[in-house]
Design a protein around this ligand. Structure first.
Ligand code: BEZ
Length: 213
């Protein structure tokens, strides 16, 4: 078991998947990535999640994000389950599902929380930057399906704040005003943020989202 923290390099692995063998880092290339785990094949919540992820492909592509799922069943089981997902969710699964029968990757990424379930993975999400660094982790119990709009929202924030000296406030959505990070001196604001800013308090300075026209 290893604890993976924000800023760590995402551990690399080679694994079988529904789309053949994957070397994780090579497969990511220069893209961002989402690695998300599922308790098991042929389970109801996971079926809806994988169908939803497939339907969001255009949104992930727009953000240069590659999606890969993981479940602790084998490739043959994954292929049968994918047919069910496509049929019941009215979509086509368009990303690989890793077959982690020996739980090697689940262990590497600490996806089994024994006090919740000794064998099945919980619902982990790892967002990985194009530099292979872990940018975000979220952990859900098996009983709670993920919100894919929230995943897009946090990816928008992660990609914005990676390139601009801003942070995103509570309930921020793409297009909303951003917070200027505390390390920016007031005298540098006009150059860095030509759209202007509002000083609510000396430590709370807002500016229009810098990467929008
Ligand atoms: C599910 O994916 O539906 C699920 C799996 C384990 C426990 C509860 C729900």
């Amino acid at each position: 078991m290893s604890t993976i923290r924000l800023g760590d390099e995402a551990p690399n692995f080679t694994a079988q998947s529904s789309e053949g063998e994957i070397n994780f880092h090579n497969w990511l290339g220069d893209s961002w990535g989402i690695l998300f785990s599922h308790p098991a094949d042929y389970t109801p919540v996971c079926t809806t999640e994988l169908g939803t992820a497939a339907k969001y492909k255009a949104e992930f592509d727009k953000r240069s994000v590659k999606v890969v799922a993981l479940s602790v069943d084998g490739v043959d089981s994954h292929h049968g389950w994918i047919k069910d997902i496509n049929e019941t969710q009215n979509t086509t699964v368009n990303f690989p599902i890793i077959a982690d029968e020996d739980r090697k990757i689940a262990t590497l990424y600490d996806m089994i929380h024994p006090n919740a379930d000794s064998k099945l993975t919980i619902r982990s999400v790892f967002v990985i930057g194009s530099d292979k660094e872990v940018k975000l982790t979220i952990t859900y119990p098996a009983s709670t399906g993920r919100n894919f709009d929230e995943l897009l929202r946090v990816i928008d924030s992660l990609q914005l704040t990676a390139y601009h000296k801003v942070a995103t406030p509570a309930n921020w959505n793409n297009g909303d005003d951003c917070v200027i990070v505390p390390s920016v001196a007031n005298e540098d604001i006009p150059t860095l943020f030509p759209k202007g800013h509002t000083e609510v308090k000396p430590y709370l300075r807002l500016t229009p989202q810098p990467n929008l026209n």
